[in-house]
Design a protein around this ligand. Structure first.
Ligand SMILES: [Zn+2]
Length: 180
């Protein structure tokens, strides 16, 4: 059980992380707008925000790259800004920076890796294998975290989330890998 006086602290931390995720997503939107793309919609939810950019898949690769990298860069920028001022803000933004750059679909890092593989026209099968390997590794790390930091299930939950998203968007992944 969490003592009641921790609840406002946890809520406040949760809210701050939510803001950082929203800033991440809005950075994608800003760069997309800068390149003249239309934003179909921005969906806000408990876990942050998700922007749907019109015709993103049809956009030229180097523009896609800057739109994708803008999100993690925003978190890195925030981590640097808060460095020495607020350890929690630095940690949260640094985690978001690293997490989003993991080479897993549909995270920014996974989609950037697809762009790079296409640029050098190699290893699309390699990406599919790496994607599965990374999700399996997250599962194993999640189990390890659960045992070592009982009852912390955060990594395990992230692994399940990414595994589900990959199952649901398998067609999108193949489309992005082979047809765009
Ligand atoms: Zn992102």
């Amino acid at each position: 059980m969490i003592p009641y006086y921790f609840v406002p602290i946890i809520a406040e931390h949760f809210f701050c992380v939510w803001i950082f995720v929203v800033i991440h997503e809005l950075s994608h939107v800003l760069v997309a707008k800068f390149f003249g793309l239309q934003i179909e919609k921005i969906i806000f939810s408990l876990i942050g925000a998700k922007a749907v950019i019109k015709n993103f898949n049809l956009t030229i690769a180097w523009k896609k790259f800057w739109i994708l990298i803008a999100g993690p860069f925003a978190n890195l920028f925030l981590a640097i800004i808060f460095f020495g001022r607020n350890n929690f803000f630095v940690g949260a933004n640094f985690c978001l920076f690293i997490f989003n750059l993991l080479p897993i679909y549909p995270l920014d890092g996974g989609r950037i890796l697809i762009l790079i593989l296409k640029k050098f026209s190699v290893g699309k099968k390699f990406f599919l294998k790496l994607n599965r390997f990374m999700i399996a590794s997250l599962f194993l790390l999640g189990i390890l975290q659960f045992i070592l930091f009982f009852p912390n299930l955060s990594l395990f939950a992230i692994a399940i989330y990414l595994w589900r998203i990959n199952k649901l968007s398998a067609v999108n992944l193949i489309y992005e890998l082979y047809f765009t």
